[in-house]
Design a protein around this ligand. Structure first.
Ligand SMILES: Nc1ncnc2c1ncn2[C@@H]1O[C@H](COP(=O)(O)OP(=O)(O)OP(=O)(O)O)[C@@H](O)[C@H]1O
Ligand SMILES: O=P(O)(O)O[C@@H]1[C@H](O)[C@H](O)[C@@H](OP(=O)(O)O)[C@H](OP(=O)(O)O)[C@H]1O
Length: 377
């Protein structure tokens, strides 16, 4: 992990996933070409996509040398497709292939995503997320979340099938902002108290950022409790003070930064945002407009009133054509409240009130965008 700070430090926390769909034999040439190019693009943003895929296939086969005849054939096929792809780049008849795009997972757990059919994404199944997405399809928030198409199974693993929000962009710039003043659920807190479990991995992540952060006891145990780690992350970043934090930014030029753990103050956030939009005032305006529309939709949403929304992100996407949009993603920790209870998402959290600070964070984000715009000549 690169923790040195500042641009142009590169830290790609998780890699993209390459998949080869099943039942390819039954599909037509152009369909297969389309799909294969998509799969290739999923694994090429780091440069050598075929190498990545080979590695992945080897790992799946459980051996570092033998990848099996079918898989070897597939790789050969892909290599041929890639050659073809290189050729078609210089050929004027493949205009439609211009829409191919590299896919990037900016934050979150490694291995959670797979490419679906063109424009769709498979995310490892989570019942909580499924319930939310289903309800959101009928809510005022529908235009602000990825379209949801149900559960599908692939290689004995269930996935939620949803829109790939990058699909309509050319070389998009992407930013993930985790919303809310709290990043763990109240129920996680209760569980951690009942069954305290020291996390060595979190201790290590903590020490890597600040060797002084662990207490004597934590140092002795070489571990920290999850809520303690999450709270430490919240106060180190802008989560506790502004109600959101930047998780990662990938720019159109390919630079990618997930090193925002210490981005805490408004001024630091503004610098990151300015860099993200490359000083483009029009993009800033579009983002501000979209955020304001989202806020109105959230204030009217029945779903939002009735859920504790924790760990959910806003995904910002724009490209050189001047398009800029924001969506809500990640409902893995968005849970329904008891029927009698609602949240305003602005009241400060006190254990038991379940407030998550989502709208407070959005107010602050909107105010930051507005200030930036008011400062432009
Ligand atoms: N529908 C989508 N379209 C395009 N990109 C997406 C979509 N959903 C997620 N991503 C990408 O994947 C990243 C991680 O998404 P998400 O937060 O849903 O994953 P997660 O593993 O559940 O995260 P966490 O560990 O925070 O719970 C996002 O930052 C974004 O780059
Ligand atoms: O960003 P970091 O510093 O790497 O920390 C992770 C981050 O807070 C994730 O949101 C969290 O997953 P959840 O939101 O799903 O709890 C994960 O917990 P985990 O390791 O228990 O999955 C943390 O390790």
């Amino acid at each position: 992990m690169n923790l040195s700070g500042g641009w142009p430090s590169m830290e790609l926390r998780t890699g993209p996933v390459a998949i080869i769909g099943q039942g390819e034999e039954r599909k037509g040439f152009s369909e297969r070409l389309e799909e294969t190019l998509h799969c290739l693009e999923f694994c090429t943003f780091r440069g050598d996509g075929v190498k990545d895929l080979e590695e992945e296939e080897k790992q799946k086969a459980g051996s570092s040398t033998h990848i099996g005849e079918t898989k070897a054939k597939r790789l050969l096929q892909i290599k041929s497709w890639q050659k073809l792809k290189t050729m078609v780049h210089c050929s004027p008849f493949v205009v439609s292939f211009k829409k191919r795009y590299p896919w990037v997972q900016l934050a979150g757990h490694a291995g959670n995503f797979q490419a679906g059919e063109y424009g769709r994404l498979l995310k490892r199944y989570c019942e909580c997320e499924q319930q939310c997405l289903q309800k959101l399809m009928k809510d005022t928030l529908r235009p602000y979340v990825p379209g949801y198409y149900g559960v599908i199974q692939k290689d004995e693993q269930d996935y939620n099938l949803m829109d790939d929000l990058l699909a309509d962009f050319d070389s998009p710039s992407i930013m993930d902002c985790k919303m809310g003043s709290r990043t763990y659920l109240e129920e996680e807190l209760l569980k951690a108290r009942e069954h305290p479990r020291m996390r060595k991995d979190m201790y290590e992540k903590m020490v890597a950022v600040d060797p002084e952060a662990p207490t004597e006891e934590e140092r002795a145990q070489q571990g920290v409790l999850k809520p303690r780690y999450m709270q430490w992350r919240e106060t180190l970043s802008s989560t506790a003070t502004l109600g959101f934090r930047i998780e990662g930014i990938k720019k159109a030029d390919g630079t990618c930064n997930t090193n925002f753990k210490k981005t805490k103050h408004k001024e630091q956030v503004m610098l990151a945002l300015e860099d993200f939009v490359n000083g483009n005032v029009q993009i800033l305006k579009l983002y501000l407009q979209r955020l304001e529309e989202l806020r109105s939709a959230l204030e009217q949403s029945q779903f939002f009133k009735a859920h504790e929304v924790v760990g959910s992100s806003l995904l910002f996407v724009h490209d050189a054509s001047g398009k800029a949009k924001v969506w809500m993603i990640d409902f893995g920790k968005t849970v329904p409240l008891p029927e009698s209870q609602t949240l305003d998402h602005r009241t400060p959290w006190l254990e038991g009130n379940r407030e998550d600070g989502y709208l407070w964070g959005l107010d602050n984000l909107i105010s930051i965008f507005s200030t930036m715009l008011s400062q432009t000549p």
